[in-house]
Design a protein. Sequence first.
Length: 520
Amino acid sequence: MRAIENPILTGFHPDPSIMRVGDDYYMATSTFEWFPGVELYHSRDLRHWEMLPSPLNRSSQLDMIGNCDSGGVWAPCLSYSDGLFYLIYTDMKSRHGAYKDSHNYLVTTADIEGPWSDPVYLNSSGFDPSLYHEEDGTKWLLNMLWDYRAGNHSFAGIVIQEYSQVEQKLIGPVKTIFRGTSIGVTEAPHLYKQNGYYYLVTAEGGTEYEHAVTIARSRSLFGPYEVDPANPVLTSKDTDAYLQKAGHGSLVQTQDGTWYLAHLCGRPVKKERCILGRETALQKCYWTEDDWIRVEGGSRPQTSIEVPDFPVFYPRTEGNKDDFTGEYLKKYWKSLRRPFTEEWISWTERAGYLRLKGGESLNSLHRQSLMARRLNCLETEVETCLDFHPVTFQQMAGLIFYYDTTDHVYLFVGHDEEKGRCVGVLRTIYGVYEEPTMRISIPDEGEVCLKGVLEQEWLQLYYSVDRGAWQTAGDSMDISHLSDDTADDVRFTGTFTGICSQDLSGAKLAADFRYFDYRT
C-alpha cells in the first residue's frame, strides 16, 4: 500500500462522482456557473489526477446565461455501461426562495475525452440526479425530490424512475424509495449492488459544517431501505478535523477488491471560512461481517490514507504560466456562464496576446468578459501584464480574485478625468461596492503588470509600469469574504483568480494580456 494525502483534488471541486473502468479511474465534480460545465479527471493510481476536457462545452448542451450565482451545474453523476460513458447533471436555473428550477439532463460518449452528445432532457422534480445500471440491462434515474409547500420538509426524499435507452426518456411510475434519516436534508443519491443488497448512499445534514454521508440498504431496488445503525458513516460535525464539511460521497471498488469513498470537504482558514471552496477527498473503506460498509479510522475523515501500490500514473500536465501562444486555451481556464467565443475573446487577433473585449459589469449574470482558474492553494502568487488604454471611467481591465457577483477583489487599469490612465482597486463585500484605496495615476503609454500575493486570507496587490519596480496598490486586505461561509444565503463555489475586461459604455474596448502566471 502507498500513503496519499487529502484532499486529492484541491480547490473548488465539490460533489465528486467516482467510477472505475478496467484499470482507469474517473471523477466528475460540479462547476455551477463556470463554463465549460463539469470537471472530469482521470487516474490510474488514485493519487495523481489528470484534468480531462470538460464534457459540456457547447451552448447546445448548457446555456447558463442569466443563471443565478451558485446555479448552473450541480452534482454530476458519471457511470459506464454498454461501451458508453453516461453523465447526468442538473442545470439549476433558480434556487432562492421556495422554488428550485432544476432541470436534469443526460449526455453520453464512447470516448471519455469527448465529444459528448447533445443532452437528453430527463425531469425537473429535484436535483442531484444519478443513473443506476441494473444487471438485467434496465436503467434507473434517482434524484432528490423538492417540495416547495409551506409546512413540508423541502427535501422530500429520494425518488426513482426507469430510463428507456431506446425512447431516450423516463418511463413508468415515479416511486419514493427513501425519505431519509433523522439527520434530514437528504440528497445526492448513489446506488450500488453488493452482497445481495442495494446500497443507497446519500448526503444529509446540509452541505456546510453538519454535512454527512449516510447509507441505507434493501434486498429490493424499490425498498424498503434499512438505515445503517452506525450512520453517519462519515462526518466532520462537532470535530476539529482538518477536513471539515465531509459529505456527499460516492463509492468505487479497486481491481484488488478494496473500496474507497470519494467525498467533498472544506479547509477553513479562519472563522470557518473556506476560501478555496469545497474540495474532494478520498477515504479507505471496509465491509463488516454483517454487510455494512465503514470508513477506516471511524466516521471522522482522515487526512492521510493508504491506496494500493499501483504503478505510478504520470498525468499530462499544462504549465501554470500561460503566454497565450498555443492553438487552444488550457483546460483549467473557465468563463462565467458562456463559452469562449470570438464574440468576446481572441488569441489570434494580436500575436502573442490574449484579447478580451470589454463586457458587462462584475455584477452581471449574463455576458462578462472574464476568464479564471480555481485557486487551489492559500500560498499563491499570480501575475499578469496587459496593454490597455481606456478613454472613460466605464472601461476597466485587470487581475481579479472572484467568488461571485457579490464578492470579489479587482486590481484594474482604468481611466479618471483628473488622473488620466490609472491603477485602482475595487472590491465588493456581500454586494456592497467600495474602493479601499485612491486611484494611482500612471503613464498613458506602455504595458502595466499586475500582481497579487496571497498568504492564507491576506492578499497584497502590486503594479508595475514598463517592467519597473513593483509598487503596492493599497494595504494588504482580508479576502476571507471570498468563501462559501460568509453570505446570508448558503452558496457553493470557491475562489477563482484570473483576468477580465469591462466596458460599461458598450464600445467593447479590448484589453490585450501578454501572459498569466500562477505560482504556488
